[in-house]
Design a protein around this ligand. Sequence first.
Ligand SMILES: [Zn+2]
Length: 93
Amino acid sequence: MKLLVLLAVVAGLWWLRRLAQVGRLARQLRQMRQVSREAPPRPAPQPMLRCLVCGTQTPASEALQDARGAYCCAAHQAKAAQDALSRTGERKE
Ligand SMILES: [Zn+2]
């Protein structure tokens, strides 16, 4: 009989511990859902521009643009300017 009471007490403690774990998990899940709901909206997609030198697609906000077109970086913009200068130089000669 004492063994049965001991088993019942152990089973009760185990059950209470499980309840506490489930409650903690439910609270964490609720917090995670709240955080995901409060997350800022994703930025709208923006147009991509092709670099005139290497052809890399670059977001319009990050691309460097001039009268000739768009570039992925300052080095390619400078290279395009240099190429344009050398082309006009060749035509004069
Ligand atoms: Zn480029």
